[in-house]
Design a protein around this ligand. Structure first.
Ligand code: FDM
Length: 212
């Protein structure tokens, strides 16, 4: 492995409906990249450890009620409060694997009926992912996987709307992966795509900002 000191890490995002397997795949990917000798960290949004994150967590648990616009902006603020750390990590060569990002932000809020362009606006200027791995599964199939939990958005009818909103956000950085395949097959596709992306970033692909 040739890790030149000025090469940057890759910003890799996993997206998909609840129960699509994102969390399993991100932890497997983390171990895999570590074994290959990469410097890598696994993050997730919402980051519930911050003050903003605690407000979000309480909202998701139905312990507080917030206007749809307000919670949207809190999710966005929760990404903004991590932006400078994200940039310095990437520039110092750390690859970040992130479970949910701005695409969740826009998909979930627009599924409630908020205007898509309004939802995208506060995300402008956040770092753009080098790769978005979308783990695709039908809402019905996801619901069958041990069922949804207690959180606010974990309901079939709502997840159907989220799936529709996600479709409108796809861009060139997206790789759609069939998440109904066996875990190892999903993992194989994730690995191949990610190695390719990490290499491109190491070779000097510039960091860019949303929206592409
Ligand atoms: N979610 C997540 C949003 O509505 N907006 C966002 O910006 C983000 C990052 O929060 F239902 C939703 C998606 C999900 C919930 O996510 C919590 P986790 O992955 O279950 O913690």
């Amino acid at each position: 492995n040739n890790h030149s000191s000025d090469s940057r890490g890759a910003l890799i995002v996993l997206e998909g409906l609840d129960r699509c397997g994102k969390t399993t795949q991100s932890s497997r990917l983390l171990s895999y990249l570590e074994e290959l000798g990469h410097t890598v960290e696994s993050w997730r949004f919402p980051d519930r450890t911050t003050n903003v994150g605690q407000m979000i967590s309480s909202y998701l648990a139905n312990k507080s009620h917030l206007d749809d616009h307000t919670i949207h902006l809190l999710f966005s603020a929760n990404r903004w409060e991590k932006r400078s750390l994200m940039e310095s990590k990437l520039k110092s060569g750390t690859t970040l694997i992130i479970d949910r990002y701005s695409y969740s932000g826009v998909s979930f809020s627009s599924a409630k009926g908020l205007d898509v362009e309004w939802c995208k606006a506060p995300e402008i200027g956040l770092l753009a992912p080098d790769l978005v791995l979308y783990l695709e599964i039908s809402p019905e199939n996801a619901a069958e996987r041990g069922g949804y939990g207690e959180e606010r958005y974990e309901q079939l009818e709502f997840q159907k709307k989220v799936a529709q909103s996600y479709k409108t956000l796809r861009d060139a950085s997206w790789k759609i992966i069939d998440a109904t395949l066996p875990i190892e097959d999903v993992e194989k596709q994730v690995r191949d795509t990610v190695l390719n992306c990490v290499e491109t970033c190491r070779e000097g692909k510039p960091l860019s900002e949303l929206w592409l």
